[in-house]
Design a protein around this ligand. Sequence first.
Ligand SMILES: [Zn+2]
Length: 204
Amino acid sequence: MLIYGYRASHLLTEPVAGTCPACATSDGLRTSVFGRYAHVYWFPLLPIGKTGAAECAHCQFVVRPKEMDASLKQAFRQLKQRSRAPWWHFAGLLVALVGLGWGLVAHSNDARANQSFITLPHKGDLYHVRTANGHYSLWKVQDVTGNAVKLLANNYEIDNQTKVNELNRPENFGSDPLELTRYDLNIMLAKEEIVDVERPAEKN
Ligand SMILES: [Zn+2]
């Protein structure tokens, strides 16, 4: 079961001029503002507006916003405008933004690495390629001579890019290399026909 909903925390309370509608005590009213925030498992996600009421310090009678007269309503509105939700009401939003920023950085690092791998191919590089029918397969760099790159194509394909490495077994690759130029490979990367490049760690 997912537990989520709204909660509220106290932001501001100030005395307000006026007479209590219940006990007629004057100068006993104070207005309070609460910040509402959405939560999942009590972890705050983001603020979703403010609520509050006026209360009589003498008899504890509560005047809800709907029941406020014009001048009380005006004072309450001003207090709402002056109150600020604390930073932790935004906790989920902050986490999401940090995650998004991190994801963008990781993605651009990935793209840069792919570009440099394609520009200077190494024997053993593994290309994740998108096949004509939208599946994924692997090409392995067998040899690089000048501008020419010899690649061995995998005989299999898979519909899920994250699982394409399951095809990476020596016996799955054909023995007749296809030959492309670095320029061809660059175009394939730009067209996202090559979707990822893996370079095995250098062996010493
Ligand atoms: Zn009262």
